[in-house]
Design a protein around this ligand. Structure first.
Ligand code: HEM
Length: 419
């Protein structure tokens, strides 16, 4: 099929490219999704090579149904569209928050909700503010500054503190996170995709094993590792393996998403200075601006589910057991929901984006992410007058997150007198 929906460039597209990370880094995915939403909103892709065919769902209503309705679409076989895992049984079924369905899901979710609840986030506000300022300061002191990795370190410091992970491991954890999701990006891969993912998972699990073993069950520390150490399931205390899996999913969930939203914020401020001037002058716009940044960024591109039984969706029959990918990046530009979806508008209300998902697995870190992004926005507006993208932007090759691996920026400070 040839994609040529204005205002896009024509794109050649067959289907299996959706599993090709390089395609995501180089093609205009919005052109692909726009055409799919219009013509084949529930589309079966046969990747060939003996791989299992999978369904691609692109409209907002269908994406929401797939994510929300665990009676039809289960999370138990895994939720990340990872080429390596697509054909294999998920090893984390019923043992890792993301890979459970209710009611099992609640056993993990309720105790962990407390570890990321509003009081915990409020307690860390000043820390987050200090980290935001420390991330921006070097950019203001340099002529051109690559801010992509510092945004990853910003989020790692927030997550690492809340989880109770030692600071000396944070830099390596960021690298390992990127190896996990961008396994065939030359900037992160250490060999074949399989070898890269295996090494990253192995090292991360070892970090979490050490932390888990350092704690005791009556450890009074309220951080996430402390919560995992004290957690009980119906069958008894959380096992070490279950703790590693859940530590892993929390770290990945936080680290790969928020930095992408931040980098998108910088590009948007560079492209729409007048809208950000309005946001600076009117704090009532802060929240709608952030929601629009989240819609625009869609830091999670796609999520997986598997059909529990035969399901009719978008005029197609999805057979029991078949993998279904729900494309959040597409749903967030669906013209059936968002008027003028390709216009960035800081005043957009309502804004029913699905950047944090929907249903029982709605992002557990959404409150933390929103507060962190809001603080970052406040500091950005306070410290920075203008942003210019000062070189070529490097996109992470991944079909899970549309992240940035390099973003050279030139930032000018606000005049002290004006602050
Ligand atoms: C802008 C930032 C973020 C975005 C866009 C985002 C996006 C998402 C999405 C779309 C889901 C739904 C997954 C599903 O339905 O299968 C999700 C779940 C999840 N997120 Fe986030 N996330 C963000 C920040 C965070 C943070 C800061 C954390 C860590 C505290 C986190 C940890 C998780 C976890 C553990 C889940 C699984 C929840 C469950 O299965 O019940 N995320 N996130």
């Amino acid at each position: 099929m040839i994609i040529s929906k204005p205002p896009f460039c024509p794109v050649q597209f067959q289907g299996p490219e959706l599993l090709d990370s390089g395609f995501h880094a180089s093609a205009d995915m919005h052109a692909v999704w726009a055409r799919m939403r219009d013509e084949t909103p529930v589309h079966r892709v046969d990747p060939g090579g003996g791989r299992e065919p999978f369904w691609v769902v692109t409209r907002h209503a269908d994406v929401s149904r797939v994510l929300r309705n665990h009676g039809e679409f289960t999370s138990r076989r895994g939720t990340i569209l990872c080429v390596i895992d697509l054909d294999t049984a998920d090893v984390a079924t019923d043992d890792m928050l993301a890979d459970t369905d209710p009611p099992r899901h609640r056993e993990f979710r309720e105790p962990l909700n407390k570890a990321f609840g509003p009081p915990v986030v409020t307690e860390h506000e000043e820390l987050i503010r200090g980290l935001a300022r420390a991330t921006l300061r070097p950019a203001l002191e340099a002529d051109v500054y690559d801010i992509a990795t510092p945004t990853m370190m910003f989020q790692m410091a927030v997550t690492g503190t809340l989880m109770g992970l030692p600071a000396e491991s944070w830099e390596r954890m960021v690298e390992l996170t990127m190896m996990t999701i961008a396994y065939d990006d030359p900037s992160y891969s250490t060999g074949s995709a399989q070898a890269t993912v295996r090494q990253a998972r192995h090292e991360l699990f070892e970090y979490f094993r050490e932390e888990f073993q350092r704690r005791t069950r009556d450890d009074s520390k309220p951080d996430v590792m402390g919560v995992l150490r004290a957690m009980d399931l119906t069958e008894g205390p959380l096992s070490e393996r279950q703790a590693l899996l859940n530590g892993f999913v929390l770290l990945i969930g936080a680290n790969v998403t928020t930095p992408h939203a931040l980098c998108t914020l910088f590009t948007l401020m560079a492209e729409h200075p007048e809208q950000f001037r309005a946001v600076r002058e009117n704090p009532d716009l802060h929240q709608s601006c952030l929601e629009e940044v989240l819609r625009w960024a869609s830091p999670v591109t796609a999520l997986m589910r598997y059909a529990v039984h035969d399901v009719e969706l978008g005029g197609q029959t999805i057979r029991a057991g078949e993998p279904v990918s729900a494309w959040l990046g597409s749903a967030n530009r669906d013209e059936r929901v968002f008027p003028d979806p390709y216009t960035f508008d800081v005043t957009r209300r309502p804004n029913q984006h699905v950047a944090f998902g929907v249903g029982p697995h709605y992002c557990i870190g959404a409150g933390l992410a929103r507060r962190g992004l809001r603080i970052f926005l406040e500091e950005l507006l306070d410290m920075v007058d203008t942003i210019e993208i000062a070189g070529e932007i490097g996109h992470v090759a991944s079909h899970f997150v549309p992240g940035f691996k390099s973003m050279p920026v030139r930032m000018t400070p606000r005049k002290v007198a004006a602050r």
